[in-house]
Design a protein around this ligand. Structure first.
Ligand code: SF4
Length: 163
């Protein structure tokens, strides 16, 4: 609960009935200036270049992500960059991971829908009473995904410093 309290007291938090959003920042002035000057990096995989000028609210300079992995969205936890996905050396080896990621996301979406429906039935919402909603979820049995054991994939690079 301490972490959740910390999250909801961050600036720019919007609490909805069944989820909350913590807004980050977007340097729109710099983005537009760099677009005008033709200095925005081009990447065929990036359709919306505003992403280069946005900052997640949980990242801290010099520390990286300050959100424990279990609280991050699955996009953060299972992101695979195109340099790896498009590399023929790893394509086949990563396929079981990509399939499992898709299965896991389907499971999470289904599980979330069940929890939202259970909250609605009891008239509980985060917006109305955040503490009561958290208490309700704490006392609700939540199914856990049964991850299979996958073969490890080792990816070599020439960098000595990780992300
Ligand atoms: S991993 Fe996700 S939550 Fe953490 S800083 Fe990056 S975008 Fe934000």
């Amino acid at each position: 609960m301490a972490l959740l309290n910390k999250i909801i007291s961050m600036p720019d938090v919007v609490i909805y009935d069944d989820h909350l959003i913590v807004k980050g920042s977007y340097d729109i002035i710099l983005h537009h200036k760099m677009l005008k000057d033709g200095l925005v990096p081009s990447d065929k995989n990036v359709k919306d270049t505003s992403v280069f000028f946005k900052t997640c609210p949980f990242v801290l300079s010099g520390l990286g992500c300050t959100l424990p992995p279990r609280y991050r969205s699955y996009i953060c936890n299972f992101f695979l960059c195109s340099e790896i996905l498009d590399n023929p050396i790893y394509k086949d080896k990563l396929e079981p991971y990509i399939r499992e990621r898709d299965n896991y996301v389907c499971f999470l979406e289904w599980e979330n829908k069940q929890l939202i429906m259970a909250m609605r039935e009891d008239g509980i919402t985060f917006a109305k009473d955040f503490g009561a909603a958290v208490e309700f979820l704490k006392n609700t049995e939540i199914n856990q995904y049964d991850f299979p054991k996958l073969n490890p994939v080792t990816i070599h690079d020439d960098n000595t410093i990780g992300a």
